[in-house]
Design a protein around this ligand. Sequence first.
Ligand code: NAD
Ligand code: DAU
Length: 332
Amino acid sequence: MDTLLVTGGAGFIGANFVRWLMDQTAVRVTVLDKLTYAGNRDSLAGLPGDRVEFVRGDVCDAELVERLVAGVDAVVHFAAESHNDNSLNDPSPFIQTNLVGTYTLLQAVRRHGVRYHHISTDEVYGDLELDVPTRFTEATPYNPSSPYSASKAGSDLLVRAWVRSFDVQATLSNCSNNYGPYQHIEKFIPRQITNVLCGLRPKLYGSGANVRDWIHVDDHNEAVWTILNRGQIGQTYLIGADGERDNRQVIEDILTLLGRPSDDYDLVADRPGHDLRYAIDSTKLRQELGWSPRYPSFQQGLAATIEWYRQHEDWWRPAKEATEAKYAQQGQ
Ligand code: NAD
Ligand code: DAU
């Protein structure tokens, strides 16, 4: 595999993927990204110009997608509207990008016989109860809760149908919550870190009992590369690093690591339909493809992430005021 089209490569996970590829492989990459509010050209700064080409455009633009897909060995599709809270305010771009965008790419890879990997989320499975050992597996029925997760579930089903009906050479992965550098500050961990750095109190939805299964973005991306190279066509792989923590614990860790009292945060309005708990059983990926997470611990990853935001204020500061104004309107 010499050339890849990476959609959404100016977003959080996509930009880290392109950076990881530059470090760990010899592939050349074309990034296709619309640069919505969530995309940032600076997230790709400093990468070698002879190996990374950036194209600003929409995954729903069939002509552009056709042209780009024709020139590569494989597509890795990260581009999406990705934030649950936004999907509750206005589902429309979620339907367009996540469903129509995926359809557009599938039609192009079908025509050109190009390998395709679909990036998805554990949220397609709905949520789990607290304090039970149950975790999501590849066999868990789909039961999405929000417009975001429903649109991702729909996109997964399109991929499965294109594999079965049209022999598209696709794999899928559903990952748990990522953290690390270049994550938009609307998301939980970077929002709280940058709040503390700005002298604002972190904001915890509801009671803070909701559990997420955290994985460092580099571990996610190494799993994606593993699946792209060694995954079985038509198969879904769950990606997770056994990182379950409740939101209250995470906020307390952030405050402690930043030298603040661990109770220095506000309880704010809960998210409507808020999923209670996610947890991934990644046995299939580990046993069949030999992947395992490299990041030593959530605590160490969180400390490194805090340090990154401390040192890259120029990257996040321009979005801070508008992001907090939007949350304030929602009582969050
Ligand atoms: P993000 O919001 O940070 O980035 C999304 C990127 O897609 C942005 O650069 C944006 O400009 C681009 N984009 C949006 N609409 C587009 C369009 N119509 N055409 C072209 N580009 C467009 O998202 P992320 O957190 O990096 O998530 C990437 C993918 O991973 C998504 O598919 C998401 O569902 C999935 N995922 C995310 C997580 C997580 O914890 N963040 C976990 C599992 C799966
Ligand atoms: O599980 C994978 C999913 O993880 C991805 O598919 C999504 O793209 C990604 O955004 C993420 O979804 P979540 O909704 O879990 O992430 P978010 O960062 O928005 O919130 C994490 C938890 O923190 C959730 O329980 C809501 C809570 N929260 C969030 C914010 C922004 C707060 O308590 N306070 C906040 O300020």
